[in-house]
Design a protein around this ligand. Structure first.
Ligand code: C2E
Ligand code: CA
Ligand code: CA
Ligand code: CA
Length: 278
C-alpha cells in the first residue's frame, strides 16, 4: 500500500510526494532517535485553581531531529504507532518521566506526572510487567503517576483495556481519560472502567463563550463527573475569559497556555525556585 501511494503521488502531487518522503524518513529515523538521545520530555503544568497551587504536569515528548529540527509529536507519534516503534519509545517516556518525578520528589515537590499511553503499548503482553520493572527501578511514588489513555483506545477493545487498567490501578497508578468528549461514549459508560480523571478536550474550550453549545457540554461533563466522583482536567485553556467561565463552573484543574506551555524540566525548576523566593 505504501508503495502504491508513492507511485501515485509521484505523478500527480509533487507536494504530497515530498511529504510521504518525509514520512518514510521519519519512520526510519524513529528507530535510532532514542539511541541518539534526540528525544526529550517537556512538562506542562496542570494548575489547581481552587487551591491556587500546582497539581502536576503532563509529560509531552519532543524530538530534535538531526536534519528536520524539532518534529511535532502530532506528526511522528502516529507514524510511530503505525510502525509499532511507539512501544519502545513509550518505555523510554515512562522511564524518563519516572526519573524526573523522582528528582522532583527528592526536592520536596508534591505533584503528579501524567504520561500519554498509546493503544499499541497496552496490547503488549508484558506491558504491565515492564512498567512495574521500570517503576521499581526509578523508586518514584506510584501515587504520583497518572497514565493518560484516550477515550478511543478504551472503546477499541473494552475487555482488554479494562484488564490492563485494573492491573495498573492495582499498583497505584491513576488513569486519566484523554481527549474526553470527542468520542461517542457516554460518561456512565466510561465509568465502567477504573478511571480517576477526565481530560476535557481542547476542542470544547476553543470556542467556549457565554452562549456556545461547547460551554453547555463542558458544564454537563463537569456536573456529571462530580456525581460520579471523577476529577476533571480542562486542557487548552488560553485566555482569561475561558478561565473565568471554567471557574464559574467550579472547574478545579486547568492546563493550557494561559498558565504555561510545555517546558523543559530545567525551566520548570527555575520557575519553581522563583515562586518559592516570592
Ligand atoms: P495531547 O495528549 O492531547 O496533549 C495536549 C497537546 O495540546 C500538547 O501538544 C500540548 O502542547 C497542547 N496544548 C496544551 N495547552 C494548549 C493550549 O492552551 N493551546 C493549544 N493550542 N495547545 C495546547 P503536543 O505536545 O504537540 O502533543 C500532541 C499530541 O502528541 C498529544 O496530544 C499526544 O496525543 C501526543 N503525545 C505527546 N507526547 C506523547 C508521548 O509521550 N506518548 C504518546 N503516546 N503520545 C504523545
Ligand atoms: Ca494527553
Ligand atoms: Ca488531550
Ligand atoms: Ca488531543
Amino acid at each position: 500500500a505504501q508503495l502504491d501511494e508513492e507511485v501515485k503521488v509521484h505523478y500527480y502531487h509533487p507536494d504530497q510526494r515530498e511529504q510521504s518522503k518525509r514520512q518514510l524518513q521519519i519512520k526510519n529515523d524513529l528507530y535510532y532517535a532514542a539511541d541518539y538521545e534526540e528525544f526529550e520530555l517537556f512538562y506542562q503544568p496542570i494548575i489547581d485553581v481552587r487551591e491556587k497551587k500546582l497539581y502536576g504536569f503532563e509529560a509531552l515528548i519532543r524530538w530534535n531531529h538531526q536534519t528536520y529540527g524539532y518534529v511535532n509529536p502530532t506528526e511522528f507519534i502516529p507514524i510511530a504507532e503505525q510502525s509499532g516503534r511507539i512501544v519502545q519509545i513509550g518505555y523510554w517516556v515512562v522511564e524518563n518521566a519516572c526519573r524526573q518525578l523522582k528528582t522532583w520528589e527528592e526536592n520536596g515537590l508534591d505533584a503528579i506526572v501524567s504520561i500519554n499511553i498509546s493503544y499499541r503499548q497496552i496490547i503488549e503482553e508484558d506491558f504491565v510487567e515492564r512498567i512495574k520493572t521500570i517503576l521499581k527501578k526509578s523508586e518514584c511514588q506510584y501515587e504520583h503517576l497518572v497514565f493518560e489513555i484516550t477515550e478511543n483506545i478504551l472503546m477499541k477493545d473494552i475487555a482488554l483495556s479494562n484488564r490492563v487498567l485494573n492491573e495498573l490501578k492495582a499498583i497505584g497508578i491513576r488513569i486519566s481519560v484523554d481527549d474526553f468528549g470527542i468520542g461517542y461514549s457516554s460518561l456512565s459508560y466510561i465509568k465502567k472502567f477504573p478511571i480517576d480523571i477526565l481530560k476535557i478536550d481542547r476542542a470544547f474550550v476553543r470556542n467556549m463563550d457565554e452562549e456556545s453549545n461547547d460551554l453547555a457540554i463542558v458544564r454537563a461533563i463537569v456536573e456529571m463527573s462530580r456525581s460520579l466522583d471523577l476529577c476533571v482536567v480542562v486542557e487548552g485553556v488560553e485566555t482569561e475569559n475561558q478561565l473565568n467561565l471554567l471557574k464559574q463552573l467550579r472547574c478545579r484543574l486547568i492546563q493550557g497556555y494561559y498558565f504555561s506551555k510545555p517546558l523543559p524540566p530545567q525551566e520548570i525548576d527555575a520557575q519553581i525556585k522563583q515562586m518559592n523566593q516570592q
